[in-house]
Design a protein around this ligand. Structure first.
Ligand code: HEC
Length: 111
């Protein structure tokens, strides 16, 4: 699996999520409080790499892109759980699950 990830350079990480993981739905989707909490968490946990406005910085890709907005919440959850350690995306499995869903609510709402 690690080899498959490493060689899939042309593929977005979100597209590598297994179907079973991608099918999981966000219990906090479209929840305004969750969106606001997610925006704060984003500034604290993600902005240093992905940019304050999700514009991308260095190796970290922009997150204000159609394929991130259109990704299934479960695929984003999978990315946050596993990261892409060899390519510089940390795992956020240490954050409680509700906080990870809040971040996803924010990412998907902030178009
Ligand atoms: C230490 C820097 C760093 C931090 C902090 C970080 N990321 Fe990343 N992220 C990356 C890099 C580098 C990649 C590209 C990985 C790859 O190409 O495999 C990435 C990829 C991603 C992707 C996949 C994008 C795609 O095009 O498929 C998502 C989604 C993502 N990050 C979300 C987040 C979120 C949400 C946070 C905060 C909870 C976060 N990242 C924090 C560096 C970081």
């Amino acid at each position: 699996m690690v080899l498959a990830l490493a060689s899939a350079s042309a593929m977005d990480l979100v597209q590598l999520a297994p179907q079973r993981a991608a099918a999981i739905t966000n219990p906090l989707a479209s929840d305004e409080q969750a969106r606001r909490a997610g925006a704060k968490l984003y500034s604290r946990e993600c902005a240093s790499c992905h940019g304050r406005k999700r514009e991308g910085l260095g190796k970290a890709p922009p997150l204000d892109r159609a394929d991130v907005y259109d990704a299934s919440p479960g695929a984003l959850f999978w990315v946050l759980r596993n990261g892409s350690l060899y390519r510089g995306m940390p795992s956020f499995a240490h954050l409680p699950e509700p906080q990870r869903w809040q971040i996803i609510t924010f990412l998907k709402s902030a178009r």
